[in-house]
Ligand binder design. Structure first.
Ligand code: HAM
Length: 444
């Protein structure tokens, strides 16, 4: 036999597996998101992972880091230039236009969840494939929607027990921004040579991005820069004042931050980012750690070929939220790996019976589990305990002969023998009396 070493394969840099032991946290976060999204009237949309590269170039902006440096772009066998989606807003806008959603009842609210791809420098909390949960609202201009989104976000983090601060800004509209950008350019001119290489390019091509730069030397320079909030036109100012007014008595932890200009080009007016509090993350709550971010993008639908449609949205970084959740001390995760009823067997004939009984009970809607490959009853009951199952059904030689099932309360150890044809109704009664009937979901 050849002793040639077999090549082992490893994860591609910046990519990761979400292992079974992490699923509890992920499931917890997902279910909170779904719950909130549905309560606030959002409908789910699933978008493709691959889109025409030009969609992102036009939508997100070709001077943004996301598009100019971080896209996974390639040519298909049919010579189409496509990219793995770096974010979900542009895809949602494409779908909104493509499916004529402009004719739907307004506002059109949609949520999505799934992987995004950015060829970023991998580090803690920064991956090349990461998961976002996104919310988008189309055809609603009212500032109450901005405030509600911010308020809802804060409540969601409160429920997750992750203390956050929400940084809010307004970056105005093209009209008020034009004047501001001139003032900003005048200010930055004298420090241009001290800016990082990227910002020197941004200075000429997309100067607002300089305010968003994470480089220390650029951050120091922009600290004293003129602020866009002082340059808002009347309409943008009124909108922003209203957003803040609605939040006035909400008791949420927010701050005005003139540097929240966001890293994507489609924003206007309200922008915001959610950061863990410094206390929670041990001092480093820079925007590299943002748990979520979003804002208005009233011009994007038109820019991508649709009718002029105001819109606002945001996305949560699920990987970072799961990482933060792991630091929460008194978190009670409802264990998804539990069941109400465990079916155990003793002997080969009983196994055959359990094969069928298990499926019958599963179809009847019981939350049920088994360990049919094990022959020892002790091992099976151990598994029932691990899954925190309250009731175990046991079928052995005697039960087979008598056409009965033994029900064992795993907590008290009490046992009762029930005729096989009454098992469903008895189980239902027993679970009800234990107050765990809520877990039973009828599938029929
Ligand atoms: P974004 O700020 O680029 O916004 O991303 C939203 C969130 O995704 C971030 O706050 C962060 O938690 C997470 N995230 C971003 N990049 C990474 C990464 N490399 N690794 C891990 N997590 C990451 C958007 O994507 C906009 N589409 C949000 C939006 C929706 N605006 C309007 N509608």
């Amino acid at each position: 036999m050849s002793k040639k070493k077999v090549k082992k394969f490893y994860l591609v840099k910046g990519f990761k597996d979400i292992l079974p032991e992490d699923q509890l946290h992920w499931e917890f976060v997902r279910s909170k998101f779904f719950n909130v999204a549905r309560s606030y009237g959002y409908d789910r949309i699933d978008l493709p992972i691959l889109e025409d590269s030009k969609l992102f170039v036009k939508g997100v902006g070709n001077l943004t880091d996301v598009v100019s440096k971080e896209m996974f772009t390639f040519e298909t066998l049919g010579n189409e230039k496509v990219s793995l989606r770096p974010e979900g807003t542009t895809g949602t806008v494409r779908a909104y236009i493509e499916h004529g959603m402009v004719n739907r009842k307004k506002p059109v609210k949609m949520f999505y969840m799934g992987p995004m791809f950015r060829y970023d420098k991998p580090q803690a909390g920064r991956y090349r494939q990461f998961y976002q949960f996104g919310l988008e609202v189309f055809a609603e201009e009212d500032p109450i929607i901005d405030s509600q989104m911010i308020y809802m976000t804060y409540q969601l983090f409160d429920e997750l027990k992750i203390p956050v601060v929400i940084k809010i800004n307004s970056i105005g509209c093209p009209k008020c921004r034009e004047k501001f950008l001139k003032t900003l350019k005048d200010y930055l001119k004298k420090n241009k040579s001290k800016l990082c290489k990227d910002c020197q390019i941004r200075y000429n091509k997309n100067i607002l991005r300089v305010l968003d730069c994470k480089e220390k030397k650029c951050r120091e320079i922009v600290l004293e820069a003129p602020q866009i909030l002082d340059h808002l036109c009347d309409d943008c100012n009124k909108h922003f004042v209203k957003v803040l007014e609605y939040l006035e008595d909400s008791q949420i932890n927010y701050e005005l931050d003139p540097f929240i200009v966001r890293g994507l080009d489609y924003y206007n007016r309200t922008t915001f980012e959610v950061l863990p509090t410094e206390e929670f993350c041990g001092g480093d709550s820079g925007s590299q750690n943002a748990l979520a971010g979003g804002g208005r993008y009233d011009y994007l639908v038109k820019n991508l070929g649709g009718q002029s449609t105001p819109a606002i949205g945001m996305a949560f970084g699920m990987d970072r939220i799961v990482n933060a959740l792991k630091k929460v001390k008194d978190l009670e995760l409802s264990n998804i790996n539990t069941s109400d009823v465990f079916v155990a067997q003793l002997g080969d004939k009983a196994r055959k019976k359990v094969l069928v009984l298990f499926e019958k009970l599963r179809r009847a809607g019981f939350s049920i589990s088994e360990s049919i490959s094990k022959t020892s009853l002790g091992q099976q009951l151990e598994e029932a305990n691990r899954l925190k199952t309250r009731l175990a059904l046991i079928i052995g030689e005697k039960e087979l002969l008598d056409k009965t099932v033994l029900i064992r309360d795993m907590e008290s150890g009490n046992q009762e023998v029930v005729p096989e044809n009454k098992i469903e109704s008895v189980l239902e009664l027993r679970l009800k009396s234990l107050d765990i009937s809520v877990k039973k979901v009828r599938m029929r």
